[in-house]
Design a protein around this ligand. Structure first.
Ligand code: NAD
Ligand code: ZN
Length: 240
């Protein structure tokens, strides 16, 4: 299928990054078996929830600032470099596709990016280091220096509106693809999980690589229940 494809789209979830050491959400031992997520509404309405969200984020800083792309990320970057894949649509917030060499304009981040922050009111981009220094000095995150708005990591929480531009770009890329490859997503979080269905509807082939069964295995042309790194690495190596 990779040999025949001319415009593949790669769609990734937390499972592509577990081999880099970032836990996913729903596997046994995943993050949500340990703590429940903070909804957008709670973040906006409660100063204590904002402090808790930032405490959690800073507790993960060491991990996010040192993780490296793994064999799966590198195989995807290779597909993009060869012109096989037009875009990588990701639910991940870890920035590893960009770090693996996929040009930023070909990465579509449906759930944002945790490596920087944004003002919820004016949308200004803010860096994490000064926020952390403020948090350590005052026990509170700072407000936006431009408009006084609330400052949150540039990620999309449950209950928060999806980013319009990224959703439109993901739809365009999917409508133009001939092969849609899902890597490491349980396909339960919507609207993100709507893209493989859309690909199938327009006649593209659908491939799912995931350790466990997903919600859309029955739709796929090919399902491989195995680890992503070695599976995709071998597939890409076998193209020519
Ligand atoms: P998920 O946790 O629901 O599903 C991950 C799937 O990947 C699981 O079914 C698991 O069996 C599979 N998997 C894990 N490691 C694998 C491997 N090495 N090889 C093959 N399969 C593997 O994740 P999701 O579908 O992405 O949805 C959850 C949400 O979690 C997303 O919205 C995303 O924003 C967020 N998230 C992101 C990160 C990250 O940025 N790295 C980490 C955790 C959660
Ligand atoms: Zn602002």
């Amino acid at each position: 299928m990779l040999r025949a494809s001319q415009r593949a789209v790669v769609f990734t979830g937390a499972g592509i990054s577990t081999e880099s050491g970032i836990p996913d959400f729903r596997s046994p031992g995943g993050i949500w078996t340990k703590m429940s997520p903070i909804d957008f509404e709670d973040f906006v309405s409660s100063a204590e929830m904002r402090r808790e969200a930032w405490r959690r984020r800073f507790a993960m800083e060491e991990m996010f600032s040192t993780v490296q792309p793994n064999a799966g990320h590198l195989a995807i970057a290779d597909l993009v470099r060869r012109g096989k894949a037009s875009h990588v649509i990701t639910q991940n917030i870890d920035n590893l596709h960009q770090q693996s060499g996929v040009p930023a304009e070909q990465v579509i981040e449906l759930h944002g990016n945790t490596r920087y922050a944004k003002c919820l009111d004016c949308g200004a981009r803010l860096e994490l280091d000064p926020i952390r220094r403020h948090f350590e000095a005052h026990g509170e995150p700072p407000d936006c220096s431009a408009c006084g708005g609330l400052v949150k990591t540039a990620t999309i929480s449950f209950g928060q509106a999806m980013p319009e531009l990224e959703m439109a770009r993901a739809e365009q890329a999917t409508l133009a693809c001939d092969l849609f490859i899902v890597l490491g997503s349980s396909l339960v979080v919507y609207p993100a999980a709507g893209f493989p269905r859309l690909a199938k509807r327009i006649g593209a082939r659908l491939v799912i690589v995931n350790r466990e069964a997903t919600e859309q295995d029955d739709l796929a042309d090919l399902v491989i229940h195995a680890a992503i790194g070695e599976t995709l690495g071998a597939a890409v190596a076998a193209i020519d």
